[in-house]
Design a protein around this ligand. Sequence first.
Ligand code: ADP
Ligand code: MG
Length: 658
Amino acid sequence: MQDFSGLPDTLSTALTKKGYSGLTPVQQAVTDDALAGKDLLVSAQTGSGKTVGFGLAMASDVLDDAGRFGRPAAPQAAVIAPTRELALQVRREFDWLFAEAGIVTASAVGGMDARTERRAIERGAHLIVATPGRLRDHIARGVIDMSDLKTVVLDEADEMLDMGFSEDLEFILDHTPKSRRTLMFSATVPRGIAKLAQTYQNEDAERLKVGSAEKQHADIKYSALNVAPSDIEKAIINLLRYHDAQTAIIFANTRSMVARLTAKFSNRGFSVVSLSGELSQAERTNAMQALRDGRAQVCVATDVAARGIDLPGLELVIHADLPSNAEALLHRSGRTGRAGRKGNSILIVPGRQRSKAQRLLKFAKLDAEWGIPPSAEAVLAKDEERIASNPALDEPSSAEELAFAERLLNGRTPEQIAAAYLRLYRERHSAPEILGALPEPGHRKPRDHAEFGPSTWFSLNLGRKHRAEPRWLLPMLCRNAGLSKSAIGAIRVQFQETFVEIANDAIAAMKQELGPEMSLEQGAALTELSGAPDFDASPKGPPADTLWTGKPPQKRKPRTEDKPKAPHKPKQAKDEGRKPSKPKKDKAPEKRGEKPPFKGKPPSKPKESKRRPDAADTSKSLRSGKVRHTSKGKGPQSRTGKGGDARPFRKRSKPQGR
Ligand code: ADP
Ligand code: MG
């Protein structure tokens, strides 16, 4: 039974065609006649149908009595969203919702071709969907005339402010009529949003909170899994295998982590795409398309994908890094469990972050089940269960299939064929990982060298001159080389290299993990030594406290034994390079991760630098001389505007205060 009473026929027809049987609570709330024409600040949980909600809410502002749009000209309505993907998704929703009403939509979205946009806008449109920077550009250049605007929607308004779009929004709204209606929608309404509402909305604006905060995400099962730090990637592989979700999304806090996980999972045979600010718009669009049409199963993303993205088959969200706050946790997790469907949100919790995870869950008012990741055995058992319960087994067979079955059975038992079927299934899927035991809380195994056993020495091309310290080398080696801490013996930092002792029984797996170059991250690489390291032959260099007096040390001619080592590549250093000397900072979420990792005088900021460059718009950051991450040839200098600050292993100007 369809219940779309009170809506214009054109809309109820569209909703029925789409297969909806009624309005969701937030859609009912915003279409209340009493709210017609009023400014609204609406919060309702993720996946509750806010997009159609604001479509329906604005209908009475922009449609004629027959429920139709007039001739397309200057836009009647604008929807502004924080990310490109979200803006384009909104456009798709409006295209079907208002199809019967004869809508013409246009977009103004960062990263897209501005001339194509311009032509579409000039042909006339009823609605413009936009990201803030690009829309501002079009207004400033006189491409778009906003003076006819009846309604403006700010989707995920709080996020747009967080990303530093407030100036752009102000500029845009200043170019719209005072009489316009302003609708603001988000799942979370943090403090400070009231102020935003005051700035942008009328005094009689209504605040709607749909659904109680207590019941939010009832369709999402939250789990928090204790994982040894060296097992994080393995745990995720097992989770992906265990859940076998049609689509899964993995959130990480930094672009470098996204790149690493993407490479890792892709090597393991998952069809994986990534989404982060590091990618070109074309790459981001392709990634979204691959997820929508099922070519890709796994998406590894920064928080650029945390808001609004709606992928119907997305059943699994994994937080490879804990989100930075409770809101981010809710938004990321809200990519699943949408429109009444069930979903899983899984937090990966390395030992030390347990209390942080507990805090996040508490603030978000969520209950999570604590546990450990599925073991390799559990994954294999799940495979068997999946095969055994496959409905295809009970489907009637065609004559052709039966003839083939007979051929197969010729000389074989059914058991042999069933076993081969299982084998083939396993071959097509990545092997599950064996997870190490979790360390007991608070228990630290002393590293007793006598117990270490047979080992081989390697040279790592990072030394004191790169501010190498065992404190970060150890986790870096574990992370990249798939080693457990117990497989690493002595770590001897020299001036320009570090000698690392690795247990022989871990070496084969490590080499397989690293490939023939034995490269780790950001140009770091291992070289196997034929015997014990020659400490005397390794250049001494100046004493540690005289390093980095502002000038890089003189290049010396490489010794012959230096040759095989990969040169240090500063190009990836921007968000990774900090990691070594400042492990905490690297954990900063991407949106804050753009700041140069510099404690002293910050480089002078370009005007727009408040905005998260990652997000929607490149047009202005390009104008202001900021260069987006490119994969070739550009040192960190080109991205921060000031060279030295982003040097990979930079001098700390002061001991770390925080
Ligand atoms: P939100 O913005 O609240 O996070 P969306 O607007 O993206 O949620 O909608 C989430 C999903 O719900 C979308 O896939 C959308 O197509 C679907 N949806 C929206 N309205 C309805 C409805 N009335 N009935 C069924 N599904 C709906
Ligand atoms: Mg939304």
